[in-house]
Design a protein around this ligand. Sequence first.
Ligand SMILES: Nc1ncnc2c1ncn2[C@@H]1O[C@H](COP(=O)(O)OP(=O)(O)OP(=O)(O)O)[C@@H](O)[C@H]1O
Length: 598
Amino acid sequence: MSAPTTRQADALAPAGFKQCWNLLKSLPSAPSRARLTGLLLIVAATVALMNLGSQLLGRIVDIVQGQDIALIGSGRGAMVAALGVIAFCLVAEVSGRTLVSFLINSRVRRLSMDLRTQALSSVLRAPVPRILELGTGNVITRLSKDIDTVVNTITTMGDRLLITVFMLPLTALALIFIHPAYGVLFLLAAAMMYPFVKGTIRDIPAVTNVVSSVEARRNSILLDTIRALDTLRHFRLGTWAARRMERYSWETVQSWADRIPLFTRILAQGSIAYGFLLIGIILMSVPMVSFDWISQGEAAAAVLLVTRLEIHVFNLLFFAGEIQHAGTSLGRAVALTLLDDVPSTETTPPLKSAPSVRIAGLYYSYPGGASVLRDINLELEAGTTTALVGTSGAGKSTLAALVAGLQYPDAGQIFLGEVDTAATSSSWLSRHVALVTQEVHLFSGTLREDLLLARPAATDSELWKALHAVGLDESSRWLPEGLDTAIGAGNPEVGPEAAQQLSLARMLLRQPPVLIMDEATSEAGSEHAEVLEEAARKVTQGRTCLVVAHRLDQARSADRILVMEAGRIVEDGDHASLIAAGGRYARAYTQWEHGQES
Ligand SMILES: Nc1ncnc2c1ncn2[C@@H]1O[C@H](COP(=O)(O)OP(=O)(O)OP(=O)(O)O)[C@@H](O)[C@H]1O
């Protein structure tokens, strides 16, 4: 696979501001309106005192010149009072900032925890095809790096950002208060900045979303490489994998580099607008002082107020990228929470018994690939077991995945009883259809904990009953501690046959009305074949089953056998009738029987 030549955003667009705001408000750790107002009042008071300190510092010039200042007076007493208030303002500034920073930091970490939990549970409930389309690397990037970016940005510059937001209007007010002409200049500088800011708000999100998407693709490739370690070693593809990783990493570096012209432009535009304001204030002050419109101290105060603004304006401009990046990252994480298709009230009633499965006019092709399934029409009778057989690549696993809801068909419908699965939520579907494959994931913990996931209210004796039914008992070498045996990641490995038995036991406990088995008993070696096949037979009883049979002995006992060839069903019947028909199945079966004998 080669790296894409143009850098593009991925399939799931970031959520907008309103969606993010609504989601954040609904999180358990969201601050109450009173707390939010309290925080804003602290910021406003801190900024007001910062401005007061700057103004008084300027007015010291007037005190030195013996002028009388409102509320403070003149002479030595006024000087002491002014210095006292300035000191107080400095202490208030430091305390206010520390408090604001503490309040923001402690809240944002709890909010990020809630957001991660909510996004993850939405991902778990979302339709599987949607997640597969997004890619696991993408989802992981959104759940980890994107949320971390938001937390890091807010904890490092959230307080500064809030202070700047208040600083701009309060400085404008203070300047108007000194003389309205300063206010006019401030408005002119703001008008100059307006198109710059508008352009920035327009351009940055798209650029930053591309950066995050490219990073997500790189992470997908990384995951793919780690997952395929065995294959890569086996085929000596280490160098190819390293080169592929290098290409995608370089793509990430390039996408970051693509941002540079945009940020250079933002800084240049900010410098022009700020330079206009500062030079304008100094130039205006000279005639205003000489015409006695303002005192020298007031002119000094105005210049100090604008000088003080510099660090805040440039903080905003300098970190505009990070701030927007955090905004986009937040949107990307919040978009995951919107994947969940579970309606607030489920309208499709649960099925009371195993339903028939009707497939009508089904077509499917993998993205960019040739047609895999063509016009499949069939009905699986309720409570029966149907085996799918056919040559490798015929489309058996693909058909099984479509019925299990892991892929969306290109055309056609799948009905469970009367329910069109396309019109139900993915959680309704997953409650009614279970898929057992060769890959068994055992959750880390005790065997009891793992089995209880399938039926939380099951008693120990019910768990043992399910284990006995699939051929595992107290004497099994894989269960030395019985139900307390530690299994899953970090614990001694359970053999592949035992893992498949456990997976079948989970199905017995879960009792799904429709069961799809794809290579679910593929580990059946000669000594275990009987046990696994018997376990599979028990699991299929009482439900509608579709079994992808890779060995013909698995098909023989099914109620019905479908033979697939190049995406179509070419033979349909039970074992006896297909043998009697002498077609592909009969030939394959005879060959298989000879193979078994020799
Ligand atoms: N993820 C995928 N992306 C693209 N093509 C795929 C994908 N999975 C399967 N295919 C292709 O779709 C066709 C049908 O594959 P499928 O696995 O459904 O066949 P199968 O009958 O189950 O074969 P097997 O018995 O070997 O598992 C094959 O040509 C296969 O190469």
